[in-house]
Design a protein around this ligand. Structure first.
Ligand code: NAD
Ligand code: DAU
Length: 376
């Protein structure tokens, strides 16, 4: 019997991972530990909240005593750790919260698991501490080919336009070079996870994934923010020249990769997860405008004039591009959705779930949004 703590399960990616595990593995007990910060939302899990193999516990991962008690009470066999502060712009304004949650919170999870597992006769046997991290720890790649070159690699997620904007990709053996307080805090947490393997023999795994998109993403991130703004005909704040490149993966494909790696990944290994699907921000924004316009029955492209160039993000990383061939080769992972299908599905989801969006974007959110964009 597996009892798995999934942290951050009320957030964007976490809710997809919780849903997948609860539905796919009725024989496992899934304990979702989430503090419900502004980014946590139990409405993301409405469809599974009454399942007998699911429990929600509202707790702060930094609260070591509570986490340790929960490990004992539930006889936890594994941890899949997603809880984090995740938004780069917020980290620029408030780095302390990122160090606290992402570094100290991860350390608290590791230490609680260690102290509990070390009391058991079998100790670490059959246990797993799986840490979910980001490609941003590798820093930024250069935009050596602004017009795009034919990509040397491909997966099902690769878009029809299928370009690479440079020859280099993030591989698992690259040196960490984080630039933002967010990525510095994630890099530090990755180091702690590996240190617990190397020092105490804890069975850890780390994965570093590229940008996710899909349902239930908090509308401070590019794709849901812009879909909502286009719907309301609000300005679309494009940082800098809109030339920055991100490598996009549909969130359910990330959740499927997490499932596969949790069950089949090798202890102490790192796997990069990405779909070989690079896009310049401005090109994605054009696709979003056209898709929203079409689905709302507006003239396609009619909202292009909402594009508003604003002051760039401080330290804005130019290009992320993941090399996920190790995961494909060793575990046979393939994304299931092509980008064009994923974007259509995503835009439809946000337009069909306006109540979900309206609840989040009322009250406190307006103040956040105003503060964030006041001086841009
Ligand atoms: P999110 O911001 O949508 O959700 C984070 C969740 O963590 C929320 O439910 C929040 O309430 C919870 N949380 C925050 N602080 C907590 C604390 N102290 N104790 C307990 N719970 C707390 O984040 P996301 O985009 O779903 O990202 C999840 C994880 O995946 C993060 O670790 C992030 O670094 C990583 N990641 C994200 C992406 C992406 O594109 N979103 C890509 C790669 C990796
Ligand atoms: O690469 C993985 C990372 O992807 C995750 O680790 C992070 O948790 C996740 O937030 C995401 O980080 P980004 O900074 O790439 O995502 P964001 O949606 O904030 O921005 C995507 C790009 O769009 C980035 O180049 C900045 C730009 N942008 C963003 C916003 C919110 C704009 O031009 N305007 C905006 O208003």
């Amino acid at each position: 019997m597996k009892a798995i703590i999934i942290t951050g399960g009320a957030g964007f990616i976490g809710s997809h991972v919780v849903r997948l595990f609860v539905n796919k593995y009725p024989e496992y007990r899934i304990i979702n530990v989430d503090k419900l910060t502004y980014a946590g939302n139990l409405a993301n899990l409405k469809d599974i909240e009454d399942k007998p193999n699911y429990r929600f516990v509202k707790a702060d991962i930094c609260d070591f005593a509570t986490i340790h008690r929960l490990m004992e009470e539930e006889q936890v066999t594994s941890v899949i750790h997603l809880a984090a502060e995740s938004h780069v712009d917020r980290s620029i304004k408030d780095p302390f919260t990122f160090a606290q949650t992402n570094v100290m919170g991860t350390l608290s999870m590791l230490q609680a698991a260690k102290l509990y597992w070390e009391t058991l006769p079998e100790k670490y046997e059959g246990k797993r501490f799986y840490h979910i991290s980001t490609d941003e720890v590798y820093g930024a790649l250069e935009l050596t080919h602004p017009e795009g070159i034919e990509s040397p690699f491909t997966t099902k997620a690769s878009s029809e336009h299928h370009h690479a904007y440079g020859e280099k990709f993030f591989t698992e053996d690259l040196k960490y070079m984080p630039h933002s307080p967010y990525s510095a805090s994630k890099a530090s947490s990755d180091h702690f996870v590996r240190a617990f393997h190397d020092t105490y023999g804890m069975p850890t795994i780390v994965t570093n994934c590229s940008n996710n998109y899909g349902p239930y993403q908090f509308p401070e991130k590019l794709i849901p923010l812009f879909i909502n703004n286009i719907r309301h005909r609000k300005p679309l704040p494009v940082y800098g020249k809109g030339e920055n490149v991100r490598d996009w993966l549909y969130v359910e494909d990330h959740a499927r990769a997490i499932d596969l790696i949790f069950h089949k990944g090798a202890i102490a290994e790192t796997y990069n997860i990405g779909g070989f699907n690079e896009w310049k921000n401005i090109d994605i924004i054009h696709v979003l405008i056209k898709t929203v316009d079409r689905l709302l029955g507006r003239k396609e492209g009619e909202d292009l004039d909402l594009i508003t160039y604003v002051t760039d993000r401080a330290g804005h990383d130019m290009r992320y591009a993941i090399d996920s061939r190790k995961l494909q080769r060793e575990l046979g992972w393939e994304p299931s959705l092509q980008f064009e299908e994923g974007i259509e599905k995503t835009v439809r989801w946000y337009l069909d779930n306006q109540e979900w969006m309206d609840r989040i974007t009322s009250g406190e959110y307006e103040k956040y949004y105003e503060d964030m964009y006041k001086n841009r």
